[in-house]
Design a protein around this ligand. Sequence first.
Ligand code: PLP
Length: 495
Amino acid sequence: MPTPAALKAEILRLTREYSALMHRANRPGTDEAVVFEPGRTSVPYAARVFTEDEVEAAVGATLDFWLTLGPEGAAFEAELAAFLGVKHSLLVNSGSSANLVALSTLTTHKLPTPKRVQPGDEVITVAAGFPTTVAPIIQCGAVPVFIDNDPVTGNARVEQLETAFTAGKTKAVMMAHTLGNPFDLGAVLEFCRRHDLWLIEDNCDALGCTYSLPVARARALGFTENSPDLPADGTHITRYTGTWGDLSTQSFYPPHHLTMGEGGAVNIVHRPPLKTAAESFRDWGRDCWCASGVDNTCGKRFEWQIGELPKGYDHKYIYSHLGYNLKPLDPQAAIGRQQLKKLPAFIAARKRNWETLRAGLADLGDYFEFSLPTHASDWTTAGFSWDASGAHCDPSWFGFMLRVRPSAPFSQTQLARHLESKKIGNRALFGGNLLRQPAFVQLQKDRPQAFRVVGAMPGADELMQRALFLGTFPGLTPTMLDYEIATIRAFVRSK
Ligand SMILES: Cc1ncc(COP(=O)(O)O)c(C=O)c1O
C-alpha cells in the first residue's frame, strides 16, 4: 500500500507535468514556450501569469483540505507584510472587500471620538477611478468628497485638498494609485498631518511601486527608513506605495500584480491596534481573534464581560462590531505564496513593457498625449526628468495609458474598436468620471447629501472621454508588444 505522503507526491509530480503541457500560454512573456500568432492569438490587456508552481500549490493545499483560511493564509500574510515592511497584512476575498474592511476599521468605537469615522463624516477621494474605492465610504455612512484628477498622471489634483476639507467633518483621505502611478504622497500626507486625518491608500493596482521623498520631508512626516530591500541613495527615503498611509489595500484578481483568482489584503502599516478592528470586521464582527480551528488564544475564553452579556459568555460568540465574513480560502493563499516569489520579476516586466510601448509610440505625439509618473516633467529613452519638488517615483505599471488628442482624426472609441478587431485588449480608465455613472446619478436623485463635489471635474471627464490603456502585464512577449505598436502605427497612418 502506498502511504498518503507517497500518493500526494505522485499526484503533485503528475500535476506539474500536466500544467507544463496545459498552461503554456499562461507563462511569463519571457518564456520560450509562449506561442503567439499576430492577429490570431489574443493579446489581452491582462491575464493570470503562472507556471506549474502555482498549480502544484493549489492542488497540494486542496489535498490537505484545510479549506478555510489556515496555515497557507497565515504564511502568506506574514510574507506579504515582510515584503512591504508593514506591521500586518490581512487576507480578504477581494480588493473591494479590502477597501470595505479598511474604511470600516476607521469606524470602530475603539478609536477616540475625534478620530472615529461616524455617519455624516467626510472622506476625500477622487472622481475618476474604480467604483469600489469610493463605495465603502457611502456603505459605512460617511460622505465622499470628490476632487478632480490630473489627466496626465491619472491621480488626484492635490491642490484641491484644502478646498475639500471641512473642519470637524473631514476624517480621512482614501484614494488609489491610478494604474500603478503613485499619487503625490508627499502633498497628501502633509495635508493629512496638518489636519490629523487618516490616509487609506488603495494600492490594488500598485503592488511594488515605489515613492521617494527627500529625507528631510520624509522625516518630518515620521519616515526614517526605506522599505525592506530597497536601496538607499543617501538623499531620499524610498518606500513601497501602500506603506505610507495608515491602512492600504491590495487586489489579487487576475489582472493585478499577483493573483490568487479572487483575493485581496488590508495592510496595517504602523498602528497595530487597527489590526484587531480590521480582523473583527472581516470575521463576522467578532471580538475574539482566534485563527480558524483554534480556541482560547486569549487564555480567558470564559472570563469576559462585555456589553450586556452575562459574565463568562463564550468569547467566540461576542460581537463588538457589525461585521462581515470576507475571508478567502486557504488554497488561494497557497497560490498567492508562489506568486509572491515571482513578484520581483513581475514588477520588472511591467516596467520594461511600459518602456517598450512608450518608446515604440514616441513619435506619435501629434495624435496622443502620454501619461507621466507623478512628479515627472518629461520622458526620453534615457529616463524621466523630475519636477522641482525633489520627490520622484518608480511605477510598476498596471497599464499603459494614452489620451487621444482632440485634434486627432479619430476618437478614443474608434481606436478602441480597431484594437479590439485586431485582438488587442484595451480598457477605459475603469469607471471614468464616477459621478456620471448611473449609480451616482441615481444616488444624487435619491439622497443629494450622500456625496459632495469640489467644483467641476474637467480632468476626470477628459480621462473618461479621451483615455484608454493597454496592458503591461508580465505575460506579454516582445513579439506581442511589437504587434501592438505596429497596429497602432498603421491605424494612425490610415487616417
Ligand atoms: C483601484 C482599484 N481598487 C479596487 C479594486 C477592486 O478589486 P477586486 O476586483 O479584487 O474587488 C480594483 C479592481 O481592479 C481597482 O482597480
